[in-house]
Write a protein that binds this ligand. Structure first.
Ligand SMILES: [Zn+2]
Length: 288
């Protein structure tokens, strides 16, 4: 079975390399120009989890970044001339048709305490902003941020968003719980944050479906974050504000090189989507 999957994967990749490689050779300059134009009109959203001090749960390798590696990312983006903004700010720019050239949004899922103790000081140091997606039931628990730390993020011009009440995989649960995990999650968190209005939600594990999108709209969210890889354009946002793309940032051991590759991957996958090639579909098939 594994062999079959591997062969299937290999043949798809091979076909892709031949088609796209051929395309590149024959239309190289045009493709490069188009890609450069695409990059200017799109912005990636980076997804982080924990930074710095280890947290006391089981983690897949690479999910916790050292503070020094995170700082290297900030340094690199700053040197490259990127403005690092919140997802709400990016959504606004996309909605209004403002330029997003050399803009990147940063996001942190799950609300770990080290987001406040380790990441926030570095974000401030580099004049960067980020969005933090919080699970209601975890607020104040040992490894998670408490109410005053969340309020401090808001006071520091960061964005807070929802990540459901129970970290519920929204496409897998009974749809009767969607009003709770989407609507009530928003209300509870807004109350905890003294009336701060939430604009966005990150879907736990990236999963969503039509019911989720409908509920997002019904409960007044401005945008939703999926686990699909790509970059975000004005057109994407106008068509599907609840299906924004993100790229997961992990420590693969190659320091800055791995980060540069992931940043580029967001743009490449996004560009290919404009050509009707969605590598997310292939990835989903392989993960099933
Ligand atoms: Zn999560």
């Amino acid at each position: 079975m594994l062999k079959k999957i591997a062969r299937f994967f290999f043949s798809i990749i091979l076909a892709f390399v031949i088609v796209f490689g051929g395309f590149w050779v024959f239309f190289g300059d045009t493709v490069k120009e188009e890609y450069a134009v695409y990059k200017k009109s799109s912005a990636p959203i980076l997804l982080y989890h924990a930074v710095g001090e280890p947290v006391e749960i089981e983690w897949p390798p690479g999910m916790i970044l050292s503070a020094s590696l995170f700082e290297e990312h900030l340094q690199y983006l700053t040197q490259e001339g990127y403005q690092i903004i919140t997802v709400a700010e990016l959504a606004d720019r996309l909605k209004l048709g403002y330029s997003v050239e050399k803009f990147v949004a940063m996001s942190f899922d799950d609300g770990y305490r080290n987001n406040h103790s380790e990441a926030l000081p570095l974000l401030k140091k580099y004049n960067a902003k980020a969005s933090f997606y919080i699970v209601d039931r975890d607020i104040g628990k040992t490894i998670y941020m408490n109410q005053s730390q969340l309020l401090d993020l808001i006071a520091s011009d960061m964005e807070i968003g929802s990540h459901t009440i129970n970290h519920a995989p929204l496409a897998l649960i009974d749809p009767k719980y969607l009003p709770w995990e989407i609507g009530s999650a928003k209300k509870f968190l807004e109350k905890k944050l003294n009336g701060y209005i939430l604009q966005g939600k990150a879907y736990p594990n990236g999963g969503y479906d039509k019911n989720v999108i409908n509920a997002m709209q019904e409960y007044g969210f401005v945008y939703g974050l999926t686990g699909k890889v790509g970059a975000n354009t004005h057109q994407n946002f106008a068509q599907a504000p609840y299906e924004m793309y993100r790229i997961s940032i992990v420590d693969d051991g190659s320091r800055l090189e791995g980060f540069k590759r992931r940043l580029e991957r967001a743009y490449i996958w996004g560009y290919l989507q404009t050509k009707g090639i969605d590598l997310n579909i292939l990835r989903e098939m392989l993960m099933k």
